[in-house]
Ligand binder design. Structure first.
Ligand SMILES: CC(C)(COP(=O)(O)OP(=O)(O)OC[C@H]1O[C@@H](n2cnc3c(N)ncnc32)[C@H](O)[C@@H]1OP(=O)(O)O)[C@@H](O)C(=O)NCCC(=O)NCCS
Length: 159
């Protein structure tokens, strides 16, 4: 089950378009293949998407993007996706990833989603551990899923 967050001096809020550069900076620190500001803006504009950030007094330290199938397709397809989740290395292992993931699941449930899925690099031990402790399991391997041609696990879980 989910552990309580150990870092308490942060709050979760939606992100504004003006803050996408800060999120972009986090992706540069978190991901081997960073995303573009345009990709982040696309998520922000997409119906059914929850774009959540964790803030401290010093600024944004983590974020998550959860996409729900938009209405009316959601009447027949209730699968949400964790598109992105990242916490600055300086703030990792303090419960923020767990908190962001729980909030993302909450967003998807609120949109009527029943299942969640995501892709994660097969060697991303930390993220895989986080997802497994939240009830997700590996469905299969997707070969050369990433732009750098690394393989991914597709993971699935019930909401
Ligand atoms: C994956 C990520 C979001 C986790 O964020 P985090 O704030 O460090 O996670 P938490 O502190 O909430 O960890 C919760 C639990 O997840 C597991 N976990 C997280 N990171 C782990 C690691 N590096 N190794 C092993 N287990 C880990 C542990 O069970 C941990 O609980 P514990 O600290 O009590 O042992 C963060 O490591 C990150 O941003 N990584 C780079 C970007 C990335 O890989 N994103 C996912 C792409 S699919």
């Amino acid at each position: 089950m989910a552990h309580a967050a150990r870092q308490t001096n942060f709050r979760l809020t939606p992100v504004s378009r003006e803050e996408l550069r800060a999120i972009y900076a986090i992706t540069r620190e978190c991901f081997d293949v960073p995303y573009t500001v345009e990709t982040l803006a696309d998520y922000l504009n997409r119906a059914g998407t929850g774009f959540i950030v964790a803030r401290t007094e010093g600024g944004i330290v983590g974020f998550a993007v959860a996409t729900a199938t938009p209405f009316p397709l959601s009447l027949v397809r209730r699968v949400g996706e964790i598109a992105l989740i990242g916490v600055l290395p300086s703030h990792q292992r303090q419960g923020l990833g767990q908190t962001l993931l729980s909030a993302s699941f909450g967003h998807l449930r609120g949109r009527g989603m029943r299942e969640v899925r995501l892709h994660v690099s097969v060697d991303n031990v930390g993220a895989i551990a986080l997802y497994k402790r939240n009830g997700m399991r590996v469905a299969h391997v997707v070969r050369r899923y990433y732009r750098n041609r690394h393989d991914a696990f597709r993971m699935v879980g019930r909401l």
